[in-house]
Design a protein around this ligand. Structure first.
Ligand SMILES: Nc1ncnc2c1ncn2[C@@H]1O[C@H](COP(=O)(O)OP(=O)(O)O)[C@@H](O)[C@H]1O
Ligand SMILES: [Mg+2]
Length: 461
């Protein structure tokens, strides 16, 4: 674990400097801000264990800062510092969730003690949280990013349905983010502190899966040596996430329909229905409608589970998300590997955006992890990417089939370069010319040569 991070907020540099000295000597990582807005931005940027803020602050006062931090749903402990005449404000701030308040003039030992107490209580709270919500988030869970309008709409839908108990079906290719989105539904629901239980229906043979989900009574089959509750019961009060639902057998489909309709489960070998309060989320990478038409999936179950359907688009249909996802992964993996990789060369970023990502976000994640480990410089270059990305895409030279004059052979790649640059600049020729390092007349002539003049502006192909 790294040292706890503390943010000191005061418009008096003398105060922040002397406190920073004391806390720094105790081994804390200390940052400072001189007004409330700066502090709020810093907290949004990265988590702090403790924020010590004066009540009287320029731009955004201490109490509003406290509210802002609380709204961010963070576990940061906020300690307010009161001067003459602000004690009342601090008392009301306690009611809004401040950890404590300190009166000026500050006494070093008291400050230290308060900080240590705050960190302790925060750790305790975090431990409780992890205990209660064991599987709430995977270790090192990433924040969900997506600037693509379709992803934005998906996040809005999630926000709207999360507080309800509605069944949600997530569809989309493997690696598009169905599992992280399912977790997000749970995380934003009132059930967040209860279990999130994930079951991959494709990973177990039919009979095992049934007992896994519904549990069994002792002696109900060979090997059933004692009573065992199933995952539905384990998810009581929380959420169960059934992945690869299209693989469920006909018998299992009947049982699932029953749970969804009546919210009861029956352990195998036991004729006693048990009530369960569980929210059900499901995912599939197949076209369930098609499975219904071909008779492999029950129509009544299909209608039950597609109350809310979220169709997660493949990464190749949202190339705009590639740079921000890549940057997010870069940050995460450089931190994890203690590398100081800062960004990408332009060629590398172009290769990432051009790639069609059959493995979707998961593939991008893997490519980035590998790149960070391989990277020798300060930014990721094409040499750090797998060759499939840098030589692939559209085959440049049809290997050895025919030798073309250089000038002709280069036309294909040139055309693609120009098209890509146009797409990336939304059809803006001035920007495109600048990006390609040619003047506008040259660009115009080449566009005419390649029949790109009547290309619709902003038409991302
Ligand atoms: N929008 C996103 N933002 C950040 N990480 C993402 C996003 N979508 C997917 N990932 C990451 O990509 C990987 C694959 O996502 P996952 O949810 O397991 O895909 P699926 O369940 O559709 O196969 C995971 O490691 C996940 O954290
Ligand atoms: Mg998944």
């Amino acid at each position: 674990m790294t040292e706890p991070r503390i943010l000191l907020v005061d418009d008096d540099p003398f105060v922040t400097r002397s406190l920073a000295g004391i806390l720094g000597r105790e081994g804390f990582q200390v940052a400072t801000a001189s007004d409330g807005l700066e502090a709020a931005a810093a907290v949004r940027d990265r988590p702090f264990e403790v924020v010590i803020a004066d009540v009287n602050l320029p731009k955004l006062d201490g109490v509003s800062l406290l509210r802002e931090i609380r709204r961010g749903d963070s576990a940061t402990a906020v300690v307010l510092v009161t001067g003459f005449g602000t004690v009342e404000a601090a008392v009301s701030a306690m009611r809004e969730g401040a950890f404590d308040f300190l009166a000026k003039p500050l006494v070093d030992d008291v400050v230290l003690l308060t900080v240590k107490r705050a960190i302790e209580s925060r750790q305790l709270r975090r431990e409780n949280e992890t205990l209660r919500a064991r599987l709430r988030m995977p270790a090192g869970a990433s924040r969900i990013v997506g600037s693509d309008p379709r992803m934005q709409r998906i996040l809005e839908t999630i926000e709207a349905v999360a507080p309800t108990r509605a069944t949600v079906l997530l569809t989309g290719e493997s690696g598009t983010g169905k599992t992280v989105l399912a977790r997000e539904v749970h995380r934003r629901s009132p059930r967040w502190s209860k279990a999130f239980v994930e079951v991959n229906c494709g990973a177990l043979p039919e009979t095992l899966l049934e007992s896994e989900l519904f549990g069994h009574a002792r002696g109900s089959f060979t090997g059933a040596v004692k009573d065992r509750p199933g995952k539905f019961e384990a998810a009581e009060g929380g959420t169960i996430f059934l992945d690869e639902i299209a693989t469920a057998s006909a018998a299992l489909q009947v049982k699932l329909l029953r749970v969804l309709q009546d919210r009861v489960v029956e352990r195998i070998g036991e004729a006693r229905p048990r009530r369960v309060d569980v929210r059900v989320l499901l995912a599939t990478n197949r076209d369930l409608g098609e499975e219904v038409r071909s008779g492999r999936f029950r129509e009544d179950l299909f209608y039950r589970i597609q109350v809310v359907t979220i169709d997660v688009p493949p990464l190749r249909e949202r190339p705009g998300d590639v740079p921000i996802l890549a940057e997010g992964f870069l940050e995460r993996f450089s931190e994890e590997n203690e590398r100081k990789v800062r960004g990408f060369t332009r060629e590398a970023m172009e290769a990432l955006v051009r790639h069609t990502w059959p493995g979707n976000v998961r593939e991008l994640e893997n490519v980035m992890e590998r790149a960070v480990v391989l990277c020798r410089g300060r930014s990721i270059g094409v040499e750090d990417l797998p060759t499939s990305l840098t030589t692939g895409g559209a085959p440049v030279e049809e290997a050895g089939s025919e030798v073309l004059p250089l000038k002709v052979a280069l036309e294909g790649p040139e055309r693609r370069l120009i098209e890509n640059a146009l797409t990336r600049n939304g059809g803006n020729r001035q920007k495109t010319a600048a990006m390609l390092g040619v003047n506008r007349t040259t660009l115009f002539n080449k566009m005419r040569k390649y029949g790109l003049l009547h290309r619709r502006e902003g038409a991302g192909r």
